[in-house]
Design a protein around this ligand. Sequence first.
Ligand SMILES: [Zn+2]
Length: 333
Amino acid sequence: MSRICVGVDFGGTSIKFGTVDDSNRRSETFQLDTPRDDGAEPVIAQIVRGVERSIAEAGVSREKVIGVGIGSPGPLDLGKGVIISLPNVPGMENVPLRDEVAKRVDLPTTLENDANAAAYGEFIAGAGRDTYEMVMLTLGTGVGSGVVHGGEIIHGAHGIGGEAGHLIVDPGGRPCGCGQRGCVEQYCSATFLARYTAERIRKQGEATSLAEVLDANGRLTAKDILEARNAGDALAEEVWEECCFHLAIACVSICRLLDPDCIVLAGGLTNAGEDLLEPVRRHASEQNWTLCEQKTEIRIATLGADAGAVGAAGVAWRVLGDSTNGAVRTGEC
Ligand SMILES: [Zn+2]
């Protein structure tokens, strides 16, 4: 019978659970609500409940369970396995989540940043499963990212490496919450794309079909913009191209630094499919150097919302297991 690791994708509104076995086969996932009113204790209890349910559903004996991996938003102290704070969940300051869960389920446990865990999920079982070097950009509320190099997640010297969402793609450009200007996140997240487009319509009164949508709903979504763009709206086309252009600059910079096998795009904006991929690939091709053929592929993620739980389990395998989980390079680069 297969051995398994349990993966936990801890979020501000829900906690997702799943397992990955020693052949990187993943189970169905399920989710439980995140208790938000009474601090850390109910959260830890809910995680323990989900882990026990995962093991029961996997139908394996206890000794076949190698450990538990948790992915969590931060900031985290990865060395100590501690959540330093969680802005969206009150009472989660300085919580030793890794060791508390380990003690209660009596299994070794790992803690990883949630964006890194999601990237690792795509690396072992999704769009990057045939690769060795992979970077993922998650285009959602912000732009999260994770870098897998030689099968390992990059953390950097101070635990803040691989933050590609804050690569500067427009020097002196839009101010970012991080304190820099011109970050990828301000141009390529679904939220900021919609926000800046709405601002532009309100301030400049440009003729666009999106003005009606904005009036009716009080806000825009990336989906509204894409629909208007595909119906021939000039402003929507301009802002969509601008988003893809800046994403392409980020991809080219990532290629210069890391030369990955692939860059995986994930998150809400990737629902656009080819409407996102084609312009990003086109702009990347135009911006890229000509010193040699560009081999890095830009792909769309395949695991969707399961990536975090799968990746958290994968991290547990990587840290706790003795298997060869994680891709092994076999081809020429
Ligand atoms: Zn930033």
